[in-house]
Design a protein around this ligand. Structure first.
Ligand code: NAP
Length: 267
């Protein structure tokens, strides 16, 4: 099996590459940069330029496809290019794009002619790295919506489910809603990061306008900060799913585990 992993330099794709390699698969990693450092063959291509993917797709049996772009037309073109050379795609869904959410993404897959699996993740635990600067600087994380409770999902679990769908039969036309094993408020997440560091780190609630200023000071772009805070304000409770356990045969990883895995980043 030769697998092309897109987003291979990112949080999820890096894990997909590592887990595929551990299973003995022949892996090719896509990046826009010819200087990207990856532990497997590197192919250069840009999802925004669908034809640039053609060389990367030669002799490939399945593609792990992330979609970092806010553009449905490009996604259709990319799926067309893939379908000319490859039989199967595992698509990592994203919820944040207006007019191109999970229903539209799934519809594109249905029309693609490919064998497909749709992996639909909840909020990534790795988003907690956004607090790195504050936790390095002290024992308080200042932010808004500290009570917002989300089932934070470990990137290793997204990868583990994706790897099963890439390597095994029996996942065609499956839609896999993934969550972490428990719903945790932002304040609880901060406390668990502190626990992993052996420190008493706590959440301090501040008004949205101040949280916005804090995020801008931490280096996040204005467009991202406003979309994120709007999403937090409007977010409906997300129910925990058991899909990770059903697909991989082991329970989803906890946020406590995630914090231990990433403690060095906050130290
Ligand atoms: N954070 C969340 O809570 C959440 C929830 C649901 C879905 N998602 C989605 O999950 C996806 C993966 O997340 P992540 O954290 O692993 O991403 P990440 O760490 O931010 O990395 C993004 C990856 O996308 C690649 N990429 C970006 N633009 C590209 C382009 N035009 N052509 C080819 N590759 C491109 C980058 O590769 P190079 O820079 O090497 O080219 C990089 O490997 C994201 O697209 C996001 O929309 C995130």
């Amino acid at each position: 099996m030769r697998i092309l992993v897109t987003g291979a330099t990112g949080n999820v794709g890096r894990e997909v590459v590592a887990q595929l390699v551990a299973e003995g698969a022949d892996v090719r990693a896509l990046s826009r940069s010819p200087r990207a450092v990856v532990p497997v063959d590197l192919a250069v291509g840009d999802l925004a330029i669908p034809t640039s993917l053609e060389p990367a797709l030669s002799d490939v049996d399945a593609v792990f496809l992330v979609w970092p772009l806010h553009n449905a037309d490009a996604a259709r073109e990319v799926l067309d290019v893939i379908a000319k050379q490859v039989p199967k795609v595992v698509y990592l869904g994203s919820g944040g794009v207006v007019g191109f959410g999970p229903p539209e993404q799934i519809q594109l897959l249905r029309e693609s002619g490919l064998r497909w699996t749709y992996v639909q993740p909840s909020t990534f635990a790795v988003n907690a790295l956004w607090w790195t600067a504050q936790i390095r600087a002290g024992d308080v994380v200042r932010g808004a919506y500290g009570d917002l409770a989300l089932p934070m999902l470990h990137e290793k679990d997204i990868a583990a489910v994706s790897v099963r769908a890439l390597l095994d039969d029996g996942h065609d036309s499956a839609i896999y809603p993934l969550t972490g094993p428990e719903v945790l408020s932002q304040a609880e997440q901060v406390r668990l990061i502190g626990e992993a560091l052996g420190r008493d780190v706590r959440w301090q609630e501040i008004p949205r306008a101040d949280a916005r200023a804090q995020m801008l000071a931490d280096g996040f772009p204005e467009s991202f900060v406003d979309v994120l805070l709007d999403a937090y304000e409007q977010m409906e409770p997300v129910a925990v799913t058991t899909t990770v356990a059903e697909v991989t045969g082991r329970p989803a990883l906890t946020f406590r585990q995630w914090a231990r895995d990433h403690a060095a980043a906050f130290g």
